[in-house]
Structure formats: structure tokens, C-alpha cells
Design a protein around this ligand. Structure first.
Ligand code: NAD
Length: 483
């Protein structure tokens, strides 16, 4: 991949071209607030062309490949990603405002997804089913056909890796709608895919506005499966649009994920992870742990230690690789500030905050990481996703109260528990309402092998690991009678 590439082009049927209407959108550097490029603004015509190109690839050269051949292409793409790690990370630093080390970690995760699915592609078996003696019955796992992928701005490379990687491995042809705030690494990924030899139309990318390109993709009748990551509100709209042509949908809608700290927790291990799980990527993480539930016996000690850690945190330009970069946009900054201000006015207590470095460019979207107490479990700050570097600390008396608070939101994405009591660990695993539960850990370093997804308003369907492959396939049952 040569940089800088022409970022204002989209990819349809193997051709890089401008949007049919010629429109573009600005690319902003969140660290400065300054525009530094343009991306294409695809409209419904571009989306239609992309979906038809994907269908043609699925029925043509892409669909004709053997599983192991798809695996080889995915493996080659993984190697190309690693070979361009610095360029990809630099793009993400500028486009999303990610601190450089976090951007580099995202590149590695993208490559890991491609490696995982490259290896898994020819291990996706059907089953044989014992039935009447004069039958042979088996199942085939078949791709849906064309899959649509609507991607948010917070982890473009990871989310493209986990959803597009799995969809391609399963044999689907894909149309990707990256977020308007963060399309560059998806475009670069697609350029690499073209260079390593993916057939035309297997991967199509249509950047643009959500209500325009995204809505057109969700509503397109030739899209056979939709994978959406983002807000609850848009997720519902996507599911409704997909329902009109009866397409299955995977929704990953974020959360209000708790970590439960019991009196017997190993606090030396827990404390750094409690904080990191809240401020990583400036809190713009669907699985961010935004609620810290702490048992009363250690509450004061934990709050003091958390506050000390918060006071040492620094936010600043992404390229400086501090604890936090800026938020992705002015709109996101305004939203986070509003939620914190409203909470403080309603009686929340500011326990501690970090700092924004003094020489941060004034146009950047910076906010100091903020630790809050004095919040009741039913308050908005303990119920709604802030999507910024804000954690609330809530005390609890015993296991029952901890579980009631933990399960007391409409979300159910991730939960963590810190306790050395093995019996309690196993009880909690069953009682906590979440798609992933971590014991004496949080996040497991992203683990591409680990199925991920939510319950309740966090969404449905699973990404990552083998579960994603099942989601991107449909089962055909074959009954052959011996006559
Ligand atoms: P969003 O849901 O508006 O956008 C996510 C993706 O959906 C983007 O690609 C966007 O272009 C697209 N989209 C928007 N409107 C659409 C529509 N009508 N039809 C189809 N696609 C559409 O999210 P946002 O505005 O980027 O962020 C708002 C809030 O969403 C955040 O503050 C956060 O709470 C949440 N969020 C969650 C995640 C997550 O990982 N779960 C990621 C991003 C945002």
C-alpha cells in the first residue's frame, strides 16, 4: 500500500472511484480539530452498486474458492497488515485520536483476527445426524451471501477484523460502511486486500453518512445479513430496516459494564485494571467498565487508591502516547461533558480527576478523566453509557446487593469480579447478566478467540472466536433416503 492513498475514493466491485454524486466528507484530526483530508460520501446508488458487486462476487470468483483458498487470502492479508503496521497505526492516531500504543495494539488485533479466521476457515464442519436406518442425514454450514457491516468509530480496525474477517472466512462477500468519523484504516485495509489478491467484489467499502449510506445498506433487499456495532438507537433502526427484508442481524450496542470488588480481592492486581478498563481509548469502548462496585469493607481504601491513580492520568495529543488521547469529535465531547455536568448538578461527588496537558491544542476534543461517587444505582450516570473516560464508584454490602446493582441496568455486555472465594466466583458467573464474565481479570487482552456480545440492550449475536463463524453461516439439513 502506498501512502498517502486517495482517501476520497470508495471501493465497489474491485474499482476505486469517487462517490457517484461526487460528494465528500471532511476528515478531522481529533487532537487538533483540524481537517486533514476528505473521504467519499457514498449515497444509495453507490451502496446499491456495492451490494450488487458483492452478489456477483459471491456467485462468481469469490464463491468458487475452496475454503482453504479463502484461508490463504486471509492469512496473506494478515501478513500485509503487519507489514504496514506503522502506517496503519499512524492513520488511526490521526483519524481517531488514539494514543499511538493503543493504535498499534489495534493493528495487531486486526492481524490476529485475520490469522484466527484464516486458520479456522477449513475447520467449520457440519454434522452427521443419526436418523432412520434408511437415511443419511447431514448438515452443511453455508454462507449467507452478501453481508453488510456497519462499523463505529471507536475501534475501526478491531471491529472490521472481527466482523469482516469472520464473514469472509465463512464465504460471504462483504459491504462495509465505516463510520464517518473514522474511515481511513478501513479504506487502507481494503487496499491491502486488493493488493494481496482478493477477487473483485469480495470486499466493498462505502464510506459516508449513517443516515444515508448506512441506512441504504441496512434497507437493501439483497443484503442477507447485517452486522452492526454502535448506539442502541441506530441498532434498533438497523434491525427494523433489516426486518423488512427478513435479514438476520448481529447487534453490538455497548454497555454499562460493572466490576465487582469484594473485601477479599487482591487489590494490588485489581486496582490498575479497574482504572484501565474505564479509561482505555478515552472510555470510548463498548466493553468499558464504567461502574466500579466496591464492598463496604474496602470501599474507603479502594476509593483513595483509585483517586490517587486518577490524579496521575494525563490526556493529550494522540501522537504523544499519554494515558488518554482526545475524544473522537466535538459532538462526543459535548455529550460526555453534558452527562458529567448534569450528574454533578444532581448531587454526584467528584472523587478525583486527571489532567489535560497544558499544551494540548485548543481545538482538540480533550476531557480530563473523571472519577465520581455519590451516585445511586438508578441515577443516569450509573445507568446510561457515557462513552467517555468517566467511572462511577458504587458501594455494596454483600453478594446479593452486588448482583442486584450489577444486573440493574438494561445492558448486559461484560462483567468482572474480583474475589478469591472460589464458591463465590462460580455463583457470580451464573448470576451476572453479561455476555462475558471475567474473574480476577478484565478484558483478557481482547482475546480474538473469545466469543463476544451482549444480552438485553447490549444486543444479540456473537462476534469473535468460532461463534462468529456460526453467525455468518446458515445451516442446511440434507436428508438422503437410500432408494
Ligand atoms: P452510531 O450508532 O450513530 O453510529 C455507528 C455506525 O452506524 C456509524 O457507521 C454510523 O454512520 C452508522 N449509522 C448512523 N445512523 C445510521 C442509520 N440511520 N442507519 C444505518 N447506519 C447508521 O454511533 P455514534 O453516533 O458514532 O455514537 C453515539 C453513541 O453510540 C456513543 O456515544 C456510544 O454511546 C454509542 N457507541 C457504541 C459503540 C459500541 O462499540 N457499542 C460504538 C460507537 C458508539
Amino acid at each position: 500500500m502506498t501512502l498517502p492513498f486517495e482517501s476520497d475514493q470508495l471501493l465497489v466491485g474491485g474499482c476505486w472511484r469517487r462517490a457517484a454524486g461526487g460528494a465528500t466528507l471532511p476528515v478531522e484530526d481529533p487532537s487538533t480539530g483540524l481537517e486533514f483530508g476528505r473521504i467519499a460520501r457514498a449515497d444509495a446508488n453507490d451502496v446499491d452498486a456495492a451490494v450488487r458487486a458483492a452478489r456477483a462476487a459471491f456467485e462468481g470468483p469469490w464463491g468458487a474458492l475452496a475454503a482453504f483458498e479463502r484461508g490463504r487470502l486471509l492469512a496473506a492479508l494478515g501478513r500485509a497488515v503487519l507489514a504496514h503496521a506503522e502506517q496503519l497505526a499512524d492513520l488511526e492516531v490521526r483519524d481517531v485520536g488514539k494514543p499511538a500504543s493503543q493504535a498499534r495494539a489495534d493493528v495487531v488485533a486486526l492481524a490476529r483476527y485475520l490469522e484466527f479466521y484464516a486458520g479456522a476457515v477449513d475447520k467449520l464442519h457440519g454434522t452427521t445426524i443419526p436418523f432412520l436406518t434408511d437415511y443419511t442425514v447431514y448438515t452443511l454450514r453455508e454462507p449467507h451471501g452478501v453481508t453488510g457491516h456497519i462499523v463505529p468509530w471507536n475501534y475501526p480496525m478491531q471491529i472490521v477484523g472481527r466482523s469482516v474477517g469472520a464473514a469472509l472466512a465463512a464465504g460471504n462477500a462483504v459491504v462495509v460502511k465505516p463510520a464517518e468519523e473514522a474511515s481511513l484504516t478501513t479504506l487502507a485495509f481494503a487496499r491491502l486486500a486488493t493488493e494481496v489478491g482478493f477477487p473483485a467484489g469480495a470486499i466493498n467499502v462505502v464510506p459516508g453518512l449513517g443516515e444515508e449510506a448506512g441506512a441504504a445498506l441496512a434497507a437493501h433487499p439483497l443484503v442477507n445479513h447485517l452486522s452492526f456495532t454502535g448506539s442502541v438507537e441506530v441498532g434498533i433502526a438497523v434491525q427494523i430496516a433489516a426486518a423488512r427484508h427478513v435479514a438476520p442481524v448481529t447487534l453490538e450496542l455497548g454497555g454499562k459494564s460493572p466490576q465487582l470488588v469484594f473485601d477479599d480481592a487482591d487489590l494490588d492486581v485489581a486496582l490498575p485494571m479497574l482504572v484501565r478498563a474505564g479509561i482505555q481509548n478515552a472510555g470510548q469502548t463498548c466493553s468499558a467498565s464504567s461502574r466500579l462496585l466496591v464492598q463496604r469493607g474496602v470501599y474507603d481504601r479502594v476509593v483513595d487508591a483509585l483517586a490517587a491513580r486518577y490524579r496521575a492520568l494525563r490526556a493529550g495529543p494522540a501522537a504523544r502516547d499519554l494515558d488518554l488521547g482526545p475524544l473522537v469529535s466535538g459532538a462526543q465531547l459535548a455529550r460526555v461533558r453534558r452527562m458529567v455536568t448534569t450528574g454533578l448538578e444532581a448531587g454526584a461527588e467528584l472523587l478525583a480527576s486527571g489532567e489535560v496537558v497544558a499544551d494540548a491544542p485548543p481545538g482538540g476534543h480533550y476531557i480530563a478523566p473523571t472519577l465520581l461517587g455519590g451516585v445511586a444505582p438508578a441515577d443516569p450516570l450509573a445507568q446510561e453509557e457515557v462513552f467517555g473516560p468517566v467511572q462511577v464508584v458504587l458501594p455494596f454490602a454483600d453478594e446479593d446487593e452486588a448482583v442486584a446493582i450489577a444486573n440493574g441496568t438494561r445492558y448486559g455486555l461484560v462483567a468482572g469480579a474480583w474475589t478469591r472465594d472460589a464458591g463465590r466466583q462460580h455463583r457470580l458467573v451464573r448470576r451476572l447478566r453479561a455476555g462475558q464474565v471475567f474473574l480476577n481479570d478484565y478484558g483478557a487482552a481482547g482475546g480474538v478467540e473469545l466469543p463476544f456480545g451482549g444480552t438485553g440492550w447490549s444486543g444479540h449475536g456473537r462476534e469473535k472466536g468460532f461463534e462468529a463463524l456460526y453467525g455468518f453461516t446458515t445451516v442446511k439439513t440434507v436428508a438422503a433416503r437410500h432408494r
